[in-house]
Design a protein around this ligand. Sequence first.
Ligand SMILES: C[S@@+](CC[C@H](N)C(=O)[O-])C[C@H]1O[C@@H](n2cnc3c(N)ncnc32)[C@H](O)[C@@H]1O
Length: 200
Amino acid sequence: MSASLRRAYTLIAPFYDAVLAAAGTGLRAASLAQLPRQGGLDVLVSGIGSGLDVPHLPPDHRYVGLDLTAAMLARARPRGNGRHLHLVQGDSMALPFADTCFDHVVLHLILAIVPDATACLRETARVLKPGGSVLILDKFLRPGEAAPFRRALNRLSRHVVTRLDVVFEEVLAAVPELRLEHDAPVLAGGWFRSIRLVKG
Ligand SMILES: C[S@@+](CC[C@H](N)C(=O)[O-])C[C@H]1O[C@@H](n2cnc3c(N)ncnc32)[C@H](O)[C@@H]1O
């Protein structure tokens, strides 16, 4: 399924910013304001896409931006000007990084997009240092939520843009080294949530 997502995001790349740039600016800024401002830290932005997060990243740190799709990374590249940003093509479910090498990980609109959210969160926990945080912005179902329309649409959408059936609580339960610190509804009646996890 990753291959179909890569093909889809290659086609979407030229239009992605036009659709999403304005919509999420405030939410991105608020989520990324949880990163420390100073300290020269190592931060992974997993599924960085076209780099819409980059202008909101505190300039002091070293960033690695990973994405499956070369066309999205090509759009992120110019946004890195003035920041220490290294871009890598790779898979958020099988990160090409050593254990415990990042102080913080950003997962904006990626955990509910990949075919296996648990693998993505496990890999995130693996590369994160103890005490490090994970910043999540995404759409999730609540445990037991029926959401028949979203579940029906998921059969198509999971191949082309995103899953619509991910229950965050089930994903987190499979990765016990991460603990929930903050979970707030931010958009669409709580469908989109801003979540902060901490390792250890
Ligand atoms: C909805 S976009 C989000 C991009 C960015 N995080 C943002 O907030 O705008 C989803 C991104 O995930 C990427 N992607 C899809 N599957 C992936 C995977 N398995 N590993 C890494 N990136 C993936 C796509 O190429 C796309 O750039």
